[in-house]
Design a protein around this ligand. Structure first.
Ligand code: FES
Length: 572
């Protein structure tokens, strides 16, 4: 391994004969540094998504300090820098509208600056995929430190999980079974530490995927945010990135087609969030790797569901960490993984997990005690979803996986929320709730509207789940018989636009289909009369989003950000 400073990318900023090299060194000295701090050393950027507007990432300044310790120890020179941050529950209309903006910020901040390597600090749902996308496009040596999950929520002697249990308790409040005071008590104890949501929601899933891709050191995904081992881990990553620079180990060497398949396999085994699908498709697009929904289906078919975590299972991320975390899952999965894929350790997946152990076989199951023989996400087609749709069938009521019932259609999300509280809403347990205009163009921004709340009339009858379908997404913490990401979306004239209240909807998970029971000619007749809604943005970033966002089956990245640019796709 050469450690010749002449090979460093940063050298062209600091060590050329031009005036500006001298000026850059002089201005760097204004930070109070001696020449010995940086001369001839790899410059390591610490890309920090810390923000007080993003509570999940609020501890990342402390994590950055631990990374810096590691960088100094290994002979590097750390420089921390911010990018925009995407706080999942604060941002309106949805963080997904801004994932690509953050990815551009990350990519260009890396590219434009004198960095030889970068450590990326992330945690909340969209910050992780945005950084993965940006790092993939910038392609200099990169390692991730995810922020880790919160400690388990504690409510009256019971563990409660972010989103998942909060939604259940909120429904009890809607029906009057939980008082205002009770709700305030839940509010105070459900998010009781730093860190991201601690069920296997999108944040935990994406952290697990970072590890499965080989973009962080083994074991990093599940360590709780306040656990001291999170900082030790960050320090190790700081040390490792310096060697990665000398080895010139880049994202394109790690995030190969095989690594993406490993990530999909782990996603299926942990019952990961449906949002992981759209993010992985976007990351693959950045790398010029063809990954399709069919790949997800094929991998799901052969992958058992092993991680007993909410919302699909019983435990929380803290339990998962103590049980062995992702290394223990990957060790079980080795027969299904590309074992020789190289990771940021410089070693293979198989070598990384060789010594891993499972310490709780109820949390991390073996193949013989798997929770289900197949993975946690099912890819659907059918006349409503010619280019695909998803259902997290492991988090749905089993009796609804084969279902037919009349549609009750909502065109507008906010009006829908009002209607769902009506005591005279004409729905029953067979009704299929349909939401249009929730996709990338329609909402716009592809928000998490797909987990349509249960109508109050049904909750009062003790009915906790019904079939709900939309072209929208849902939070990874959500659950239920919810069909999502229907593509193409209704707002650009996808078949969902043709559905009317009273039409029969057929969900057939065994056949992987979501259909409206209408003759094709009738669907086409209705679509011929479809009028595309006026765009909601005519200027600024919103307009750029609408002009360039791709559909869910291409990851909703911008067409011009993919390694092989494509046109935005409208239905044939
Ligand atoms: Fe940030 Fe859930 S709100 S991960």
């Amino acid at each position: 391994m050469s450690r010749d400073p002449k090979t460093l990318r940063s050298r062209t900023w600091f060590d050329s004969l031009e005036y500006y090299s001298f000026a850059r060194r002089a201005y760097l000295r204004s930070e109070g540094l001696t020449r010995e701090s940086f001369h001839g050393k790899p410059v390591i950027g610490i890309c920090n998504s810390w923000s007080e507007l993003n509570h999940c990432n609020i501890h990342l300044r402390t994590v950055a300090e631990a990374v810096k310790r590691g960088v100094w120890q290994a002979g590097g020179f750390p420089l921390e820098f911010p990018t925009i941050s995407l706080g999942e529950v604060f941002m309106k209309p949805t963080t997904m509208l801004f994932r690509n903006l953050m990815a551009m910020d990350v990519e260009e901040s890396i590219r434009a600056n004198p960095l030889d390597g970068v450590v990326l600090l992330c945690g909340c749902d969209k910050t992780t995929p945005a950084q993965l996308m940006g790092a993939a496009s910038a392609d200099i040596p990169s390692i991730f430190v995810t922020g880790g999950p919160m400690l388990s929520g504690q409510y009256r002697g019971k563990e409660i999980g972010s989103g998942t249990d909060m939604r259940k308790l909120f429904d009890l409040y809607r029906t009057g079974e939980l008082s205002e005071e009770g709700l305030m008590e839940v509010e105070a104890c459900s998010a009781r530490s730093n860190g991201h949501c601690m069920v296997m929601g999108t944040a935990s899933t994406m952290a697990s995927i970072v590890e499965a891709l080989g973009m962080t050191l083994p074991g990093g995904a599940a360590i709780p945010a306040p656990d001291s081992r999170r900082l030790s881990f960050a320090e190790q990553c700081g040390r490792r990135i310096v060697d990665m620079v000398w080895e010139d180990l880049r994202p394109s060497h790690v995030m190969t087609r095989q690594a993406l398949e490993n990530a999909v396999t782990v996603d299926m085994a942990i019952g990961g969030s449906t949002n992981a699908v759209v993010h992985l498709l976007a990351i693959a697009g950045r790398l010029g790797i063809e990954l399709t929904l069919e790949d997800f289906h094929n991998i799901s078919k052969r992958t058992p569901f092993l991680a007993n975590l909410r919302p699909s299972g019983a435990y929380l991320m803290e339990d998962f960490c103590y049980a062995g975390g992702i290394p223990a899952v990957m060790k079980q999965l080795l027969p299904l993984l590309h074992r020789e894929s190289i990771t940021v350790t410089g070693k293979s997946v198989a070598a990384n997990v060789a010594e891993s152990e499972c310490f709780n076989e109820d949390v991390i199951r073996s193949f013989s005690t798997a929770l289900a023989p197949e993975g946690g996400t099912l890819v659907l087609n059918g006349n409503l979803a010619p280019r695909g749709a998803l259902i997290k069938h492991t988090a749905a009521s089993p009796h609804l996986l084969q279902h037919r019932g009349p549609a009750y259609v909502f065109d507008n999300y906010y009006k829908m929320l009002e209607e769902l509280n009506r005591d005279d809403l004409p729905v029953d347990e067979n009704t299929v709730l349909v939401l249009k205009n929730g996709g990338p163009h329609g909402a716009p921004g592809f928000p998490e509207w797909g987990h349509i709340p249960m109508p109050k009339v049904l909750l009062k009858l003790g009915i906790k789940d019904c079939v709900r379908i939309s072209d929208s997404r849902m939070s990874g913490t959500s659950f239920g018989a919810v069909v999502l990401h229907i593509t193409p979306e209704s707002a650009i004239g996808g078949p969902l636009a043709a559905v009317q209240t009273g039409d029969e909807i057929v969900l057939d998970c065994a056949a992987r289909r979501i259909d409206v029971n209408l003759p094709q000619e009738e669907i086409e007749r209705r679509l011929a009369a479809f009028v595309r809604p006026a765009p909601k943005y005519n200027r600024g970033y919103g307009k750029m989003f609408l002009d360039h966002v791709t559909q869910a089956d291409l990851g909703c990245d911008f067409d011009f950000l993919r390694a092989v640019p494509c046109g935005t796709v409208t239905p044939e």
